[in-house]
Design a protein around this ligand. Structure first.
Ligand code: GDP
Ligand code: GDP
Length: 437
């Protein structure tokens, strides 16, 4: 399932990035816990009233050769119109309507997309009068907000989520494993797609057609149905914004969210670079099954230590992906490419693992008996009850006497105990801690 996309549009200096930061603010604290995920200001996950969505700040995109302002703004609007489900048009209440506002508004108006008009910099009640002239843009009631003072944001988001499309599952059945690939340019994504689909015994059905983000290829391997979600081949449809690097990352991230299992590609020839960490961090955060695929293994001079050294590097750089299996392949020579799909199938199975409640509680009980939770100012955490509330990824809720007493390291200990008892290779686990009411 892919989350709705919300784009923030408007001319420079109206306060787009300020609002962007306000909207994702809470979320960022979580993201930053994942090492290696340097935040991409362009694109972030956000949430309002339990609804998750993606937020794009179109102001954060550089269109290298197009720094003529008006053109720049047009590209931003075009991107938003193509990609977003809801658009927030930001204007500046202190300046009134400008020609550029009008230009963007015209484009957005023609698109028939849902538009929420945010009049920013309404920092106090006196300024509310400045809002009225914006009715003339034709987008209904303007929302008065102040990015600086964080006011009006909630009302604005209420309006935004009203326009979210109803969730529709994709056309594939529950037993179909959705796979996507992610990795920096030239790591070999297209080559690996071809190698996977070109394998003997892989039966490719008709290409299901092109979604807005990706080309889906359904196929069957050893009686298991898969669909490969491929964004690599879609990079350039000729539009200016599509050639921007950040844009293709964004597209890949959305494909990843529709997937059960993500192959995170690393280039063996070049080793791990900064960008890989970001990509891997996203994969971890999305909660999908993850397999780390080291490609171009043919191009590396090897001795008996090379592979272990590479594994150690990966484990060191991607500590949070400790659960992800690593495979070494060559898309070029097809070496070990045949090991990928069996692994994918295995990881998909673990990703939807269910643990029966009594077994889970026995396990937690035993773990807390062997190593009791540490005390905190004389008080000790007590876990009354555990239950699994979701799969994909396995998600557990622990009911405790006081959530404040649960420490990260103890939670990690419990996670390790779960992983020792159950095969959960390749899948993250989520543990939520709730106060027993
Ligand atoms: P962007 O270019 O549209 O992304 O705009 P920025 O978010 O960078 O903001 C442009 C300027 O407006 C900055 O100096 C901000 O501090 C300021 N600004 C943003 N929001 C507000 C607001 O609500 N009130 C006031 N007074 N200034 C704001
Ligand atoms: P993408 O940008 O991630 O889709 O990467 P491509 O599949 O287009 O590959 C980028 C380059 O790497 C091309 O020149 C490929 O021929 C080369 N390449 C891809 N896989 C391998 C491999 O396993 N070994 C070697 N030696 N080269 C590869």
């Amino acid at each position: 399932m892919s989350n709705p996309v919300v784009a923030i549009v408007g001319r420079p200096n109206v306060g787009k990035s300020t609002l962007f930061n306000r909207i994702v603010g809470e979320r960022l604290a979580i993201v930053e816990d994942t090492p290696g995920v340097t935040r991409d200001r362009l694109y972030s996950r956000a949430e309002w009233l339990g609804k998750e969505f993606h937020l794009i700040d179109t102001g954060g995109i550089d269109f290298d050769d197009h720094d003529i302002l008006l053109e720049h703004i047009r590209y931003q609007a075009e991107l938003a119109i193509d990609e977003a489900d809801v658009i927030i048009l930001v204007v500046d209440g202190t300046t009134g309507i400008t020609d550029q506002d009008q230009e963007v508004a015209r484009m957005l108006f023609r698109s028939k997309k849902p538009i929420v008009l945010a009049v920013n910099k309404i920092d106090n009640i006196q300024r509310l009068n400045d809002v009225y002239e914006f009715y003339s843009l034709g987008f209904g009631d303007p929302m008065a907000v102040s990015g600086a003072h964080a006011t009006g944001i909630g009302d604005m988001l209420d309006e935004v989520i009203k326009h979210f499309p109803e969730y529709e599952g994709d056309e594939y059945g529950d037993d179909v494993i959705r796979v996507s690939l992610i990795g920096r340019p030239n790591v070999g994504k297209s080559s690996l797609v071809n190698a996977l689909l070109g394998e003997d015994r892989v039966i490719v059905s008709n290409i299901a057609g092109t979604t807005r983000d990706a080309i889906d290829t359904p196929f069957t391997f050893e009686d298991q149905d898969y669909v490969l979600i491929d964004t690599a081949g879609m990079r350039k449809r000729g539009k200016v914004y599509e050639s921007t690097e950040k844009y293709s990352v964004m597209r890949a991230l959305r494909a990843m969210e529709r997937s059960d299992v993500v192959l995170v590609l690393i280039d063996a020839e070049e080793g791990i670079i900064e960008q890989d960490k970001k990509v891997a961090g996203y994969a971890h955060e999305a909660g999908r099954g993850v397999i780390i695929v080291v490609n171009k293994w043919d191009a590396v001079e090897k001795d008996d230590k090379t592979m272990n050294k590479f594994i150690a590097d990966i484990r060191g750089e991607f500590k949070y992906l400790a659960y992800a299996p690593i495979v070494f392949v060559s898309a070029k020579t097809k070496q070990r490419v045949h090991t990928i799909l069996p692994k994918v199938s295995q990881v998909a199975e673990q990703h939807s693992l269910r643990i029966a409640t009594p077994i889970l509680n026995d396990l937690i009980h035993e773990a807390t008996t062997v190593t009791p939770p540490p005390t905190d100012k004389g008080r000790r955490l007590r876990i009354s009850y555990a239950t699994q509330v979701a799969v994909k990824p396995p998600t557990f809720v622990l009911f405790v006497n006081d959530t404040e007493l649960m420490h990260f390291s103890y939670q990690r200990y419990l996670e390790n105990k779960l992983r020792e008892a159950f095969p959960m290779e390749g899948t993250p686990i989520r543990i939520l801690v709730r106060n027993k009411s």
